[in-house]
Design a protein around this ligand. Sequence first.
Ligand SMILES: Nc1ncnc2c1ncn2[C@@H]1O[C@H](COP(=O)(O)OP(=O)(O)O)[C@@H](O)[C@H]1O
Ligand SMILES: [Mg+2]
Length: 247
Amino acid sequence: MGEDRLLTGIEGLDEIVGGGFPRGRVILLLGESGSGKTIFTNQFLCNGVLQHNEKGLLVSLEETHAQLSKEMSMFGWNLQDMENKGNLGFIDATPLRLLPKIVKVGNAEVERKEFSMMSLIDRINEEVTRLKPTRLVVDSVTSLTMQFEDPVERRFAVMELIAALESTGATCMMTSELRSFDPLRNVEIEEVLAHGVIVLQAMLVGTSYARAIQIRKMRETKCDLQPRPYTIDNEGIRVYPSESVLR
Ligand SMILES: Nc1ncnc2c1ncn2[C@@H]1O[C@H](COP(=O)(O)OP(=O)(O)O)[C@@H](O)[C@H]1O
Ligand SMILES: [Mg+2]
């Protein structure tokens, strides 16, 4: 494995992304609700700490510290303990969703969407300076980016976020809710701008559904486009890199 790859901590995944994620890049994890995005990204951070001695920063926009700690303890990941040892940082960004439509900043008034993006980026930079993480997760960006209805504004907001993440120097993952698997659905701007795109989906195989993971894009990587099966159990997510979903 080259110096330029970062082991993902997800069993079986490194094999289908050329030996690990390209370091310093921003990778988008897309999936429906319940597909395992939160487990996946926490595993990326926790195994970074436990297996590779790398610090991680978790920015949570949907679940509070208490909720996540409880859920992740089921996989044997003790978030609080990693935080106490200085290996994990946690930013609870859930209050951003509760902001009023217009926010007062000193004498000025700022729209919520502008304010939430600015203040989130400021908080991330503050925590990155303190902790110096090599892995960073934003779970999820949906509530943030969906505030921008105008496509041009939205494009700039996503560009700003990706640029901010990239400038941290960490290998970053951001998750986003997939609302439709229709092949003709609009491609979201996050997919266009991220350096890598991974999709988690349930595929109909015969008469039953199977969980499948597909690498849609990965810069600097000769990647495997075949959807591969993955499972979730009490050790987290496991990918089966040489098995096929489509029979
Ligand atoms: N211990 C476990 N064993 C098997 N499956 C689990 C376990 N814990 C959670 N899950 C599955 O994980 C899913 C939730 O994963 P999560 O990462 O929260 O999804 P998302 O963030 O994409 O909404 C649930 O649908 C559940 O089926
Ligand atoms: Mg989630």
